[in-house]
Write a protein that binds this ligand. Structure first.
Ligand code: APR
Length: 313
């Protein structure tokens, strides 16, 4: 039987993700957005590419959730971007409300699905979706680490003039300026990066990776990255639908792993049919532990702001 993936939010990230997933060819896609006719128009356009591309995937657009019923995977990209004059907390609380209401509908119509959250601020939104859903942690996680890692891998491949395929990297922590690229776990064709690149150059690439999202925003002037994010989401969806048992960095709810309890942050996990099947707890140096702790503390701050807002109703 064909699987079914719903993408909530038909903006840049959502629509590009829907297109990529439909092109996998083995799953149907439902695209949902609050803007009237937008998901219907975009999905019809994608559907009409099918005969040319040779994909039979059905793509449906909707302003409601009935069509999304019994999805295997639901990707949440719904949200607003930060507008001029808007504080970080305003954005946090607006997207919290959006992701809460979306999650309630998702749970109602697809009680057995796996949810991949993408809305920013990422780690806080994953936490909100996880708590709102009431799902076990293996069925709610977020996309950030694959994107951050892909940026780091891109810069390394460019610098060394090697194939991106041979560059392996790992980025931990929150999806923010204090993410933790683990240079010790980064290699090129099995060769540790430190053997191939001077420390200062590595540091420069780490800095560029940390600012990777901002670099795109500055270039686009309007909106944020969506080609690389949608590729990362698609990789996660495929790992689940094909039960690939991929080891990928994702934002997951930790219960004591890495010394962090009750918080969603980026860590290496195993993705398969069961969703986030395992957290790969690796040994960290003191510096790496401190950096991860610092990154987790930034996420915790946002979670506290959300908690306070919820308590005040
Ligand atoms: N239900 C469904 N869709 C919604 C809702 C809602 N309650 N609220 C907003 N949306 C839709 C908007 O109508 C819009 O079409 O979410 C879409 C967001 O699209 P864009 O503004 O183009 O944003 P995009 O670039 O796709 O990013 C989406 O992913 O990477 C993150 O930071 C990014 O949080 C942002 C999210």
């Amino acid at each position: 039987m064909r699987s079914k993936v719903t993408v909530i939010g038909a903006g840049n990230v959502g629509a590009t993700t829907a297109l990529r997933i439909s092109q996998l060819g083995y799953t149907d896609v439902v695209l949902v957005d609050v803007v009237e006719d937008l998901p219907q128009g975009k999905s019809l356009d994608m559907l009409e590419a099918g005969p040319v591309l040779g994909t039979d995937s059905n793509i449906t657009g909707s302003n409601g959730y009935e069509e999304s019923a019994d999805s295997d995977v639901v990707v949440i990209t719904a949200g607003i971007a930060r507008r001029p004059g808007m504080s970080r907390d305003d954005l946090l609380l607006t997207n919290m409300k959006i992701t809460s209401s979306v999650t309630e509908q998702v749970v109602k119509y697809s009680p057995n699905c796996i949810i991949i959250a993408v809305t920013n601020p990422l780690d806080a939104m994953v936490q909100n979706v996880f708590e709102t859903s009431g799902f076990p942690r293996n069925r709610v996680f977020g996309m950030a680490g694959i994107l951050d890692t892909a940026r780091f891998r891109t810069f390394i491949a460019q610098e060394l003039d090697v194939s991106v395929e041979d560059v392996q990297a790992l980025v931990l922590g929150g999806h923010g300026d204090d993410m933790v690229p683990l240079v010790r776990y980064t290699s090129v064709g099995g060769i540790p990066l430190s053997e191939l690149m001077a420390e200062e150059k590595v540091e420069e690439l780490v800095r560029r990776t940390r600012g990777g999202g901002g670099e795109i925003v500055a270039l686009l002037k309007e909106g944020s990255a969506f080609y690389a994010p949608s590729a990362a989401i698609t990789q996660m969806v495929e790992a689940v639908l094909l039960d690939k048992k991929r080891i990928l960095p994702c934002c997951a709810y930790l219960e004591g792993e890495f010394g962090i309890n009750g918080l969603c942050v980026g860590v290496p996990v195993k993705l398969g049919a069961g969703g986030m099947e395992k957290i790969m707890e690796i040994a960290l140096t003191e510096d790496e532990r401190l950096a991860l702790g610092h990154s987790a503390a930034s996420v915790q701050e946002l979670v506290e702001v959300m908690k306070k807002a919820k308590a005040e109703g």
